[in-house]
Design a binder for this molecule. Structure first.
Ligand SMILES: *Cc1c(COP(=O)(O)O)cnc(C)c1O
Length: 341
């Protein structure tokens, strides 16, 4: 790449190769490479024609920029509760959230938990509402034997700095719908690509994609080992959705591993203090997302019910960052020892 000068080009062999490799890996017809996961979500919303005044349903515990993207399009986020104890949208609450104004449903696979895509798709199909599957945290994961990101009408990946596939920045939109793909191309092509992924970024991503399946397996193995090694009286309890545990057809992808933190099991130490303690001991553990209804003005969204489960996640959830999951088995035992006390 350095010799032939292709890194300096806007379009070239590396973008083409990455495009083809992502299409093959996810078994989808159309891949649009773009500049970030956040942009990919915006393009997905535009592809299904979200307009001012429309509603877009999402979990009250979700990635912040997803909410902001909906607001950017002058549409209204409709927040629904998560399932109890896990950071994924509750399909039954979804049923109560959809209206004649609903133009899209965003569902995110977060912290090693898959959203219940089958149930979500069933609700969406009844009303003809497109599902945007945010797989930014789940690259390499498989649900029902399909690659995460290929199950919704439109899927979204991030290649941001901390992600499982990373070029420091970047993203992609995946779909089997030619019309949606064409809308995105029309929107992004302005005689020049307005949201490009560069040749250099593509070149960095290609070898990572080749290693992804193997690394996904190793991370899964390490999570299992960590959970087995965690003492029963640890203040941390894993937050895992049944669908995310491995079985035939399901391979969870761990960008983060989520835990509930119980201060009562830790002499009343706060979650923030526990995170500081973990950090001091070399463990990348942090308080998780803030819930969307806790941090945005009520004027910005509509909500369905009181959102008790998302509120609990807002208070309790902690997330372990993924790089440690590629370390040795001994390292995981040492990690469990730190987290157990
Ligand atoms: C990181 C992330 C994004 C956005 O990706 P960027 O490339 O950082 O813009 C979107 N959704 C989720 C769930 C993410 O974790």
């Amino acid at each position: 790449m350095l010799q032939d000068g292709s890194w300096g080009r806007y379009h070239g062999p590396h973008c083409d190769r990455l495009h083809d490799a992502l299409a093959k890996f996810h078994d989808v017809e159309h891949v649009i490479l773009c500049s970030s996961g956040t942009v990919a979500v915006e393009l997905a919303l535009r592809s299904v024609k979200v307009q001012p005044g429309d509603e877009v349903v999402m979990a009250a515990y979700d990635y912040r920029a997803n909410f902001a993207n909906v607001v950017t399009l002058q549409a209204t986020p409709v927040l629904v509760d998560t399932l109890p104890g896990v950071p994924v949208l509750d399909p039954e609450q979804l049923q109560l959230a959809v209206s004649d104004e609903t133009k899209a449903i965003i569902c995110s696979h977060l912290h090693g938990c898959f959203a219940g895509m089958a149930a979500i798709r069933a609700v969406a199909a009844e009303r003809g509402i497109p599902v945007i599957e945010d797989a930014c945290q789940a690259a390499g994961g498989c649900l029902y034997g399909k690659a995460a990101g290929s199950i919704g009408d439109v899927g979204v990946l991030s290649f941001g700095g901390s992600k499982l596939l990373t070029a420091g920045r970047g993203g992609a939109v995946l779909t089997n719908d030619a019309t949606l793909a064409q809308r995105i191309r029309l929107y992004t092509q302005r005689g020049n690509d307005a949201y490009p992924l560069s040749e250099m970024q593509s070149a960095v991503l290609l070898p990572q994609l080749q290693q992804l399946a193997e690394r996904t397996q190793l991370r899964m193995l390490r999570v299992r080992q960590l959970l087995n090694a965690l003492p029963v009286d640890s203040p941390l309890q894993p937050a895992l959705y049944p669908d995310s545990t491995e079985n035939e057809g399901n391979v969870p992808a761990f960008y983060k591993v989520a835990f509930h933190y119980n201060p009562k099991k830790d002499g009343g130490r706060s979650r923030e203090d526990y995170a500081a303690y973990a950090r001091q001991n070399g463990v990348a553990l942090d308080p998780a997302f803030t819930a969307l209804h806790k941090t945005h003005s009520q004027r910005r969204f509509r909500s369905v019910g009181e959102l008790p489960n998302a509120s609990a996640l807002h208070e309790e959830l902690m997330i372990l960052h993924h790089p440690v999951l590629l370390q040795s088995a001994d390292h995981i035992d040492a990690l469990a020892a730190v987290l157990g006390s």
